[in-house]
Design a protein around this ligand. Structure first.
Ligand code: GLC
Ligand code: CA
Length: 594
């Protein structure tokens, strides 16, 4: 029912908790983790590309914001064909980003400030510039060097058809054929598998040498002092035996069969894996991956200080995701069901319920995330009313443009809802400034391989990767000392720059800071969650109690009058006091003591 009568304190009483936090107190169970995308965070040397000294220089921003940890997207040696998710040397820093000394300095600076550091591990594929792949190209078919990757003979009498029909997630075939050489067999040159760009050959995880190498890479970074790893494409790596044909198509961000936006999972049905024919396909979510994570768990356990593994696994439903965080595997997995949920009260309640339930069942913390470097930022997504704010794949200049004001308003409300939820929350750099995507990037500046491999049919992810504005109105809005930025910033970034928001009441930055401070002092991350009974089937309101705080989000059109006695702790925008009482306007969230 739609609610118009003023709320009373009684209305806000909660039912039985649907989730009680785990007793063990590892830091990552309720941590707020901030994603740094190094090339776009801050530029130290003025070449227009962010770098590690840039990160070090901005650590105080992160400490003052109040996050617990930082996850950095890849900074390893790489030809940067997929912005560093194509690693040529897993034990070195790309000169673009600095040196190992710069890394050590950044790590020490973070630790001094009480911030943990999580690095990105990319084990499904390497760069074609990795020494292993170069060796494989130089070696004969059937050699040990080729066994580290997925080389196969082609089909057809001349072997000139790909070994199977798999498609690359970035578009086009998932196989590339080598140039002919004298020792090729009767079927001619071999093909190699690449689930992503042709410059990202998939490694062969059936090969013990590959497994040993990655355990060693883990140790290399653990010995340097990192606190954990975000594991890229954690649902990949092991492929179904025989690499059978599959007619599905996996899209970049959903990890489900793509057939328009309807294919975003329906979190209201936890058992619904059927978003298409065999949603995972033979390249994803194979049972064999779990043995890898068990062995990595054992490696991390040898080190002091609760090091953690975080899965980037686009698998559905959530019950499949929970398998990655069973007690002897990884520690956390990104909750993409929450990220893809539309701005809809019933759907949000369901995804929260199901998420807590499925992760509680394996004693893992639930995670919450709204934005990252692969999806349209939530301040833009929620401004796309016509498709319910669910577009993920990038917005092109020729697409319908988001309503910026509505988007930011809903983004702030969604963030405040998220930051009250128990478990661990992930923030993407710049969301604390309320940044939208650049939604009108000209094709000439785009760099995402998915744009090129689909001939522009997918705009790609550049729009959410635009360099951050630190000083409004300065050249490049203070991204670096020269004003250069590797992607152009949209005009609104000047007004949204960090320095224009520090200390400014009502700014998005101050809302995040206040919420993070309260989240800590009220111990929300480790709190029990109970739904506010009187509103638990409201089409317009999401309301719950965590620890001692009542959270109310108004997704309806009419303002919601709050109980007179309630104490407002933080709100996602200005409350409406025009009628004498305090009312929560449409598309806003408030935290109360009530
Ligand atoms: C993950 C990363 C994405 C990258 C892909 C291939 O999905 O988040 O940015 O392109 O893996 O490594
Ligand atoms: Ca730089």
């Amino acid at each position: 029912m739609t609610r118009t009568a003023p709320l009373t304190t009684d209305d806000l009483s909660a039912g039985a908790p649907v989730h009680t936090p785990a007793a063990s107190g590892e830091w990552w169970r309720d941590a707020v983790i901030y994603q740094v995308y190094p090339r776009s965070f801050a530029d130290g040397n003025g070449d227009g590309i962010g770098d590690l000294p840039g990160v070090t220089a901005k650590l105080d921003h992160l400490r003052q914001l109040g996050v617990d940890a930082v996850w950095l997207s890849p900074f390893y040696r790489s030809p940067q064909k997929d912005a560093g998710y194509d690693v040529a040397d897993y034990r070195d820093i790309d000169p673009l980003f600095g040196t190992l000394e710069d890394f050590d300095e950044m790590l020490a600076g973070a630790h001094e400030r009480g911030l943990k550091i999580i690095v990105d591990l990319v084990p499904n594929h390497s760069s074609d510039q990795h020494v292993w792949f170069q060796e494989a190209l130089a070696a004969a078919p059937g050699s040990d060097a080729r066994e580290r990757y997925m080389f196969r003979e082609g089909r057809g009498p001349a072997g000139d058809e790909p070994p199977n029909n798999w498609q690359s997630i970035f578009g086009g075939p998932a196989w590339t054929r080598l140039a002919p050489r004298a020792d090729d067999g009767p079927l001619g040159p071999q093909w190699y598998l690449h689930l992503f760009d042709s410059s990202q050959p998939d490694l062969n995880w059936e090969n013990p040498e590959v497994r040993a190498e990655f355990e060693d890479v883990l140790r290399f970074w653990l010995d340097r002092g990192v606190d954990g790893f975000r594991v890229d494409v954690a649902h990949g790596m092991v492929k179904a035996p025989g690499l059978p044909d599959w007619d599905g198509h996996v899209s970049m961000v959903e990890g489900t069969v793509e057939d328009g936006h309807e294919q975003v999972s329906d979190p209201s049905d936890p058992e619904d894996g059927s978003t298409g024919a065999g949603h995972a396909g033979p390249m994803f979510d194979q049972d064999g991956v779990h043995e890898i994570y068990r062995s990595w768990h054992r490696v991390l356990a040898e080190y002091p200080g609760d090091r953690c593994l975080v899965a980037e696994a686009w698998v559905e439903p959530l019950s499949r995701l929970a398998r990655y965080v069973r007690p002897d595997e990884m520690h956390q997995a990104f909750n993409f069901s929450f990220l893809t949920a539309p701005w809809d009260a019933a759907k949000l309640r369901t995804v929260v319920d199901v998420s807590l339930d499925t992760m509680d069942a394996v004693s893992a913390p639930t995670t919450w995330v709204l934005s990252n470097h692969d999806v349209v930022r939530h301040a833009s997504r929620f401004g796309l009313a016509e498709i319910g704010g669910r577009q993920l794949n990038g917005i092109a200049a020729t697409d319908p443009q988001p309503d910026a004001e509505l988007g930011l308003r809903r983004a702030r409300a969604a963030t405040l809802l998220m930051l009250a939820l128990p478990g661990s929350a992930y923030l993407y750099q710049g969301e604390e400034l309320g940044l939208p995507d650049h939604t009108a990037l000209p094709a000439e500046v785009r760099q995402d391989p998915s744009f090129f491999r689909t001939d522009g049919a997918e705009p790609g992810r550049d729009g959410c990767r635009v360099p951050l504005p630190w000083v409004g109105g300065a050249p490049g809005n203070g991204f670096g000392p020269t004003g250069k930025t590797w992607l152009p910033q949209p005009g609104v970034y000047a007004d949204l720059a960090a320095d224009r928001q520090y200390g400014v009441k009502g700014s998005t930055y101050e809302m995040y800071r206040t919420a993070l401070e309260l989240r800590r002092s009220e111990q929300l991350g480790a709190g029990a969650l109970a739904w506010v009974d009187a509103l638990s089937d409201s089409p317009d309101v999401v309301a719950f109690r965590v620890a001692g705080v009542v959270v109310v989000s108004n997704l309806g059109a009419a303002p919601l009058t709050l109980p007179a006695e309630a104490e407002v702790l933080v709100a996602s925008g200005d409350l409406d006091t025009s009628s004498g009482a305090v009312a929560l306007p449409s598309d806003m969230t408030v935290w109360l003591h009530a």
